[in-house]
Write a protein that binds this ligand. Structure first.
Ligand SMILES: Cc1cc2nc3c(=O)[nH]c(=O)nc-3n(C[C@H](O)[C@H](O)[C@H](O)COP(=O)(O)OP(=O)(O)OC[C@H]3O[C@@H](n4cnc5c(N)ncnc54)[C@H](O)[C@@H]3O)c2cc1C
Length: 456
């Protein structure tokens, strides 16, 4: 069967693909969203939603629904032995969502799917992308259902949101540079006795080797995360094994019971620069993967999609030239590089065992306690420091008292009584100025970043 009545085919209905499809449908773009998965329950993965991502989800009209279910985490506490040496205080983050919202990934996806349905969209489950070709005018894809039946679809654009093993990336033939960490991560999602406050993530560093992290999921369940050196070949852990590691690495007195998931995974750090190849785009884990330290990966993917969505919609509607789409890759690559460098530093800092590194680690901890450094760490973790200042679509030139071009615009209240982000839900650029209490004029992009500022 041949079909053409679609502008964008989104491949992969994880958090990235769902966000992209919502961004497109809410702007009237004819979109299809397919996923090869027939709808089986998935392994529990991301838990933490960062403040900047909550802002993005607010612009999509779903933040309140997530707040109803999610658990607010206010601090990351780092201990050496029993003593707390450092706390990253998320309440310092410069956002009204000054917390990490902890909620299992499948529940976040449920909320996104509900929004998709409200917009008239759906996930076509059990439909796999089997291959594609592109020419200057269109992309032709072959889709295959679980019954083996094939459909040929012609669209204007194709978006590969198909995860770390991305088929779209493979067909494009672009490399995914990087390497695995020399660790396997053992995870237990479990009830715990003696873990401390469930408003905080607790990370226990120790002199002799890799750490232990206790991450509250919802006030009842915790994720216990323990990297172990070497390669286990996928061998799943038992509760007893993880309990022994918790006893050896934690402060003592912590008991695991009633585990819901016990799993082991190998973690890699990899990325590609090919965010756009002609009419084909990559986003989310298809373009970058890294350690789960700091709860960043899903957040990057959602914000990739929010960046790409409005640009595709503007070009398809004829409101902007094709070159607008060229800004997607450089902007999001900068964001991904920052996040990947941060997670890599966290992993190295926490797992380094060589004596000289240990000394350095001890010397570094006091530095990290300085208030300005702590503020910066909170904003970085929150993905609030990501800026598109160097982007080709950002007009340079600062004005005193106004946000910097390329930075994210704070959520001010506008003269009509709505907040900026409520106004951005309409999907277009917004101009804010003196009548809104500013010292000049700011052109705000549909994704909430400052495009330009002027004094008048
Ligand atoms: C243990 C663990 C813990 C994590 N914790 C966090 C955390 O706390 N915070 C955080 O931000 N991130 C975390 N992450 C990372 C996060 O889970 C990923 O970054 C996120 O799922 C990426 O979303 P995605 O939509 O890009 O890709 P995915 O979620 O992988 O979705 C890709 C989809 O594409 C589909 N697909 C693939 N190939 C095809 C094809 N050929 N045709 C059709 N469909 C296809 C797949 O079925 C899948 O549904 C964690 C990851 C792991 C493994």
């Amino acid at each position: 069967m041949d079909t053409t009545d679609c502008d964008v085919l989104v491949v992969g209905a994880g958090p990235t693909g769902l966000t992209l499809a919502i961004q497109l449908l809410s702007r009237g773009v004819r979109t299809r969203l397919i996923d090869q998965d027939p709808g089986l329950p998935k392994l529990s993965r991301a838990i933490g939603i960062q403040p900047r991502t909550m802002e993005t989800l607010d612009m999509m009209g779903v933040a309140d629904r997530l707040l109803e279910t999610g658990h607010r985490v206010l601090q990351v506490c780092v201990y050496v032995g029993r003593r707390q040496q450092l706390g990253i205080d998320i309440t310092r983050a410069d956002s009204e969502y000054a917390f990490m919202l902890h909620i299992p990934q499948h529940l976040t996806e449920d909320v996104l799917r509900a929004r998709l349905r409200e917009l008239g969209g759906k996930v076509e489950s059990g439909v796999e992308l089997a291959g594609f070709t592109q020419d200057p005018a269109s992309v032709t894809t072959t889709l295959r259902g679980t019954d083996g039946r094939e459909e040929r679809l012609t669209t204007s654009y194709l978006a590969g949101c198909d995860g770390s093993h991305s088929m779209v990336r493979k067909v494009l033939g672009v490399s995914f540079e990087g390497q695995p960490y020399p660790f396997d991560w053992l995870l237990a999602d479990t009830e715990l006795d003696g873990a401390g406050s469930s408003d905080e993530v607790h990370v226990y560093l120790r002199a002799g080797g890799p750490p232990l992290a206790l991450i509250p999921i919802d006030g009842r369940l915790w994720r216990v995360s323990v990297p172990v050196p070497g390669e286990r070949g996928g061998h799943q852990p038992t509760l007893e094994e993880i309990q022994r590691l918790v006893d050896a690495r934690g402060p003592g007195g912590i008991t695991l019971r009633n585990p819901e998931t016990l799993t082991c995974f190998r973690c890699q750090v990899r990325s590609t620069r090919a965010y756009r190849t002609g009419r084909v785009f990559l986003a989310g884990d298809a373009v970058h993967i890294h350690a789960p330290a700091g709860a960043q990966g899903m957040n990057l993917g959602i914000n990739d999609a929010a960046n790409l969505g409005w640009k595709l919609a503007h070009v398809i509607a004829g409101k902007a030239p094709d070159q607008l789409l060229d800004s997607y890759g450089p902007e999001r690559e900068t964001a991904a590089q920052q996040v990947m460098a941060m997670t890599d530093t966290m992993v190295r800092f926490a797992t380094e065992v060589a004596p000289i590194e240990r000394v350095l680690r001890r010397a570094t901890l006091p530095l990290l306690r300085a208030p300005r450094v702590r503020q910066r760490m909170a904003d970085r973790l929150a993905q609030l420091t990501i800026s598109y200042a160097d982007s080709a679509i950002t007009r340079p030139g600062s004005v005193r008292g106004l946000p910097e071009p390329g930075a994210r615009m704070p959520n001010i209240r506008l003269k009509d009584g709505r907040t900026l982000r409520e106004t951005l839900r309409d999907g277009d650029y917004v101009v804010v100025g003196r009548e809104d209490g500013l010292r000049g004029q700011v052109l705000v992009r549909p994704d909430g970043y400052v495009a330009s500022v002027t004094a008048s």
